[in-house]
Design a protein around this ligand. Structure first.
Ligand code: HEM
Length: 141
C-alpha cells in the first residue's frame, strides 16, 4: 500500500518535472530570439522561478520516490525495461544540468546560441520521456 502511495507521488512529481523541462527550454527559444532588454529581464525571472520553484524540486521528489521504490523492490534492477528506463533518466538528469547552465549563460549573453539550438534541444526531453513511458507501461522486454 505504501509502495502505491510512493508511486502516486512519483508520477505527480514526474509530471511536474516534465512540464518544467519542456516549458523551460521553450522559454530559452524565445529568450534567445529577443532583442528588447525589458522583455529579456522578464524571461530571466520566468526561467529562474520555473527552474528553482518547480522543475528542480519536482526532479528531487521524482528521484527520491523512484529510488525509494527501487530499494523496496530491488528485483526491478534486473529487468531490461527498467535498465533502459534508468539510462534514459540519466539522460534527463544531464538535460536538467545543461538547462541550469544555459539559464545562467542567457543572463549575461542572451545570444550565446541561436534560437534553433534550443529548438533542437527541446526535442531531447520529449524523446527521452516517450521512451521512459513506453518502458514503464508497455515493458516491451
Ligand atoms: C528520477 C529517477 C527515476 C527513478 C529512480 C525511477 C524509478 C521508478 C520505479 C522504481 C518505479 C516503480 C516501477 C514498478 O513498481 O513497477 C517507477 C514508476 C514509474 N515511473 Fe519512474 N523513475 C524515475 C524517473 C521517471 C521519469 C523521468 C519518468 C517519466 C518521464 C517516470 C515515469 C514513471 C511512471 C509513469 C511510473 C509508473 C509505472 C507503473 O504504472 O507501474 N519515472 N519509476
Amino acid at each position: 500500500m505504501l509502495y502505491l502511495w510512493i508511486k502516486a507521488l512519483h508520477v505527480l512529481a514526474v509530471i511536474s518535472w516534465m512540464a518544467g523541462m519542456l516549458y523551460l527550454v521553450r522559454l530559452y527559444v524565445n529568450h534567445a530570439m529577443e532583442t528588447e532588454s525589458v522583455v529579456m529581464e522578464r524571461f530571466q525571472g520566468m526561467e529562474r522561478r520555473l527552474l528553482n520553484a518547480i522543475t528542480t524540486p519536482a526532479m528531487v521528489v521524482a528521484a527520491l520516490t523512484g529510488l525509494g521504490m527501487l530499494l523496496m523492490n530491488p528485483g526491478l534492477f534486473m529487468l531490461a525495461w527498467m535498465q533502459v528506463k534508468l539510462a534514459m533518466v540519466v539522460g534527463m538528469l544531464a538535460m536538467h544540468g545543461l538547462a541550469i547552465g544555459w539559464r545562467k549563460k542567457l543572463i549575461d549573453t542572451p545570444h550565446f546560441k541561436p534560437h534553433t539550438f534550443f529548438r533542437y534541444m527541446n526535442e531531447i526531453p520529449t524523446l527521452l520521456m516517450i521512451v521512459i513511458v513506453v518502458m514503464v507501461i508497455v515493458r516491451p522486454f
